[in-house]
Design a protein. Structure first.
Length: 437
């Protein structure tokens, strides 16, 4: 029974030691990734501060920085909880080893007392020779050997248990030190979070002082977004109208070719004979399936299929950038909700803007003082707004990663690109199509 209890303790401790490192590794990887995001956000924030006064970009960056810092602290708290669980488990193991050692020592003491009382050779010989038969004597000799082996095994178990207990005590001490170090890191991150929240409040107060100017800027932004959306809708409508005209023209050309073939090969008539005329069997009517979209044809259906299969892995339109406005609702510092049908990516003024996929330039239009490039990928369209120095033209084929223009400054005076993905019916969240940064 003692041996079984000892084995069970070893198995439980082994399982705990195997499960622990994987979870801590995951937390460390998450924390490293969050640190990387925090450093990049801090760099962007410092760059923006050097270029202009307080603006929405700064508020968004500091807000995101605070959120990342919160996630880092949450990650550290989970790490502390894990360490607490490890401390609890290790202390429980030490307590089990203590109880097991007490049991083993008591059993060993009893065996030693028994051995001491029967220590003379005469007692052992008397025990053997007092047997009733030869077989009984053999059994008694075997019993004495087993008992001696049992005592030796108990001594070895006590020694091994003491070694295991020693390792657990060392592990407990190491975990306590780890927890102490992690708590120091948490205090440091909490202090950084408090500083960042103060900076966030400062920027927000500065923005509130610019209330009238920001309201005018918001109205101008909404008006600009509306014009861009109208331009995209118009480009898609033109593409659909062109596709319909091409389909009608193709059908008319095919009908003309059919009539020409009939004219060139008239049916010959001969005098009636006794032979019955041959009647050709009528071919059954084949129902043609309606195309999935009027925009799809033999030339672009492969591009369309590849575009769909690339969802979630498409490159960003700029090499370096930061999502400033997301698809859907965006809360501004004033509390106003700005709804966008695409995303705005902050970048350097003059940064190269690239096509995210192979396609054909559907339209290049001016909206106010900026240019908008709309590229067709089968039945899908990607649109790039707030550009200048556009280097493509309508009808031109473009490849993935091909430069189509340069990023211009937005109403805040910082570089930005507005990016959209649409089809003839819907508007999509571009971030779900682009690869994760």
């Amino acid at each position: 029974m003692v041996k079984a209890f000892f084995s069970l303790v070893l198995i439980l401790c082994g399982m705990a030691s195997l499960a622990q490192p994987v979870t801590r590794e995951e937390l460390e990887k998450q924390q490293a990734q969050l640190k990387k995001e925090l450093e990049e956000t801090a760099r962007l924030l410092n760059d923006n501060k050097a270029k202009s006064k307080e603006n929405y970009v700064q508020w968004k960056l500091i807000n995101d920085k605070v959120n990342i810092q919160d996630r880092i602290i949450d990650n550290i708290s989970r790490d502390i909880n894990l360490l607490d669980n490890n401390l609890y488990t290790t202390q429980k193991d030490i307590n089990r080893y203590d109880r097991l050692l007490d049991t083993l020592k008591q059993e060993y003491a009893k065996s030693m007392v028994y051995a001491y009382k029967n220590r003379s050779n005469y007692d052992f010989l008397n025990f053997i020779f007092s047997s009733g038969s030869f077989n009984d004597a053999i059994k008694r000799i075997t019993y004495l050997k087993s008992y001696r082996n049992y005592r030796e095994m108990m001594g070895e178990n006590i020694f091994r248990t003491q070694e295991f207990r020693k390792k657990k005590v060392e592990e407990l001490s190491g975990t306590k030190k780890q927890k102490s170090d992690v708590l120091k890191v948490k205090d440091k991150e909490m202090s950084a979070l408090a500083t960042e929240k103060q900076e966030k409040d400062r920027i927000l107060n500065e923005l509130k002082k610019q209330g009238k100017q920001l309201n005018k800027q918001l109205a101008a932004t909404q008006n600009q977004l509306k014009k861009v959306n109208n331009a995209i809708s118009a480009a898609i409508k033109r593409a659909m109208d062109d596709a319909r005209r091409m389909a009608v023209k193709k059908a008319a050309d095919e009908e003309a070719e059919r009539l020409k073939a009939v004219k060139n090969n008239p049916t010959t008539t001969t005098a009636p004979t006794a032979t019955a005329p041959t009647v050709k069997p009528r071919r059954p009517d084949v129902k043609k399936e309606a195309p999935a979209s009027i925009l799809l044809n033999a030339e672009n259906i492969t591009v369309n299929t590849n575009f769909i299969s690339s969802k979630g892995t498409l490159p960003w339109p700029v090499d370096k950038g930061y999502p400033l406005l997301h698809f859907g609702k965006n809360q501004l510092p004033s509390g106003t909700i700005l709804v966008t049908d695409g995303i705005t990516v902050a970048t350097d003024i003059g940064a190269s803007v690239k096509s995210i996929f192979d396609g054909t330039v559907s339209s290049v239009v001016y909206v106010d003082e900026m240019q908008v490039v709309i590229i067709q990928h089968g039945k899908y369209f990607s649109a790039y707004s707030n550009l200048n120095n556009v280097s493509v033209q309508k009808g031109q084929s473009v490849k993935t990663g091909q430069v189509i223009g340069k990023a211009a400054s937005n109403l805040d005076g910082v570089g930005a690109v507005d990016f959209y993905i649409n089809d003839e019916k819907s508007k999509f969240d571009p971030e779900k199509w682009l690869r994760r940064r």
